[in-house]
Design a protein around this ligand. Structure first.
Ligand code: ZN
Length: 344
């Protein structure tokens, strides 16, 4: 079968790889229908050391079950399924607490003999704990939005929960990428009164406003902090959602939150330590977040997508074939595309 393999910074190839097959009785074999290129895929695209064997890519995908192992009960051949961006057993102590990203028997796609999502098929381990079947056709118009539930919409929701977003709250979202835009949807969904989006791309900010952002701040650094303070009676936001991962964005998020507020960080950190440690200490700021347990949020978010209350699939502004995936990486890295959906 064919799949996406990264061989180094800027070097993404579509290659023949061994066919995905069932190995364990708890596996399901999923033929991929749609997959996403993630903002986090761009970090190795910028920095990966050259590699002869390369690295299988992709962790956002939906598709159809082709075959299920003897122990699989929750899905069967022919089911359209959503695969959250990590696989998990659904039964260990952390899964039962809703933290499937820390599953004791789980793991990631594209490593340790598990296929990546940006390819023709994936062997999904722990299928019962991982996959969620949805009663839609393969070509349903909801597919782009369903695909966001594998990662970016769940991640935006996670940022909002980590930052204690709720009715009447003032929320500031740092970053206008796909996760930041989904964080706006999440904040509105949870009842935020004021939603300030911080970003610099007019096309993305326009989508943010359609998703529910009430104010736009295009300044950066200290000027951005000043603008958010002006918009919040000089107090700062109850909740700051850090959706980038760079140190500058983290400093901004920690500087625009008000005393007693919370920062939800979901951008994969590209720096070792959390800045602003002294100021946030004296302001009693809560700092929370991490990788989103997308599997845990599916039950809550899926009905909103199926019934049309939210449309996070609008973050996909480019569709690619598998062969054109290398150019999809380039387009996202060059900020030509917000997010690329691969159709197989
Ligand atoms: Zn588990």
């Amino acid at each position: 079968m064919r799949a996406t393999v990264m061989h180094g910074a800027g070097d993404v190839r579509i290659e023949d790889v061994p066919d995905a097959t069932l190995i364990e009785p708890s596996d399901a074999l999923v033929v991929v229908g749609r997959a996403g290129i993630c903002g986090s895929d761009l970090w190795p695209y910028k920095s990966m050391e050259p590699s002869e064997t390369g690295r299988r890519m992709g962790h956002e995908f939906i598709g159809v079950v082709d075959a299920a192992g003897a122990d699989v009960r929750s899905v069967k051949a022919g089911n359209v399924v959503i695969a959250p961006f990590v696989w998990s057993d659904g039964t260990c102590v952390f899964c039962r607490e809703g933290l499937h990203t820390s599953c004791l028997h789980g793991g990631r796609y594209g490593v340790d003999g598990v296929d990546g999502g940006q390819g023709e098929a994936v062997r999904v381990p722990q299928a019962d704990g991982t996959l969620v079947a949805v009663a839609v056709d393969e070509d349903d118009s909801l597919m782009p939005s369903l695909l966001t539930l594998t990662d970016v919409m769940a991640t935006g929701h996670h940022a909002a929960l980590a930052a204690n977003v709720g009715p009447g709250k003032t929320v500031a979202v740092v970053g206008d990428g796909a996760v930041g835009l989904c964080a706006v949807i999440a904040a509105r969904r949870l009842g935020a009164e004021q939603i300030v989006i911080l970003g610099r791309h007019p096309d993305r900010l326009a989508i943010a406003e359609e998703f529910g952002a009430t104010d736009v701040v295009s300044e950066r650094g200290d000027e951005a902090v000043e603008r958010v303070r002006e918009l919040t009676d000089g107090l700062g936001a109850h909740s700051a959602l850090e959706c980038v991962g760079l140190e500058e964005a983290t400093v901004t998020a920690l500087s625009i939150v008000r005393p007693g507020g919370a920062v939800g960080r979901v951008g994969v950190p590209q720096h070792e330590s959390i800045p602003e440690g002294i100021a946030t200490f004296f302001d009693n700021v809560t700092i929370a977040g991490g990788p989103a347990p997308a599997r845990a949020y599916l039950e809550e978010l899926l009905p909103d997508v199926l019934e049309g209350r939210i449309e996070p699939g609008r973050v996909f502004d480019r569709v690619s074939t598998l062969d054109d995936v290398p150019d999809g990486y380039r387009a996202m890295n060059d900020r030509e595309a917000i997010k690329v959906m691969i159709e197989l």
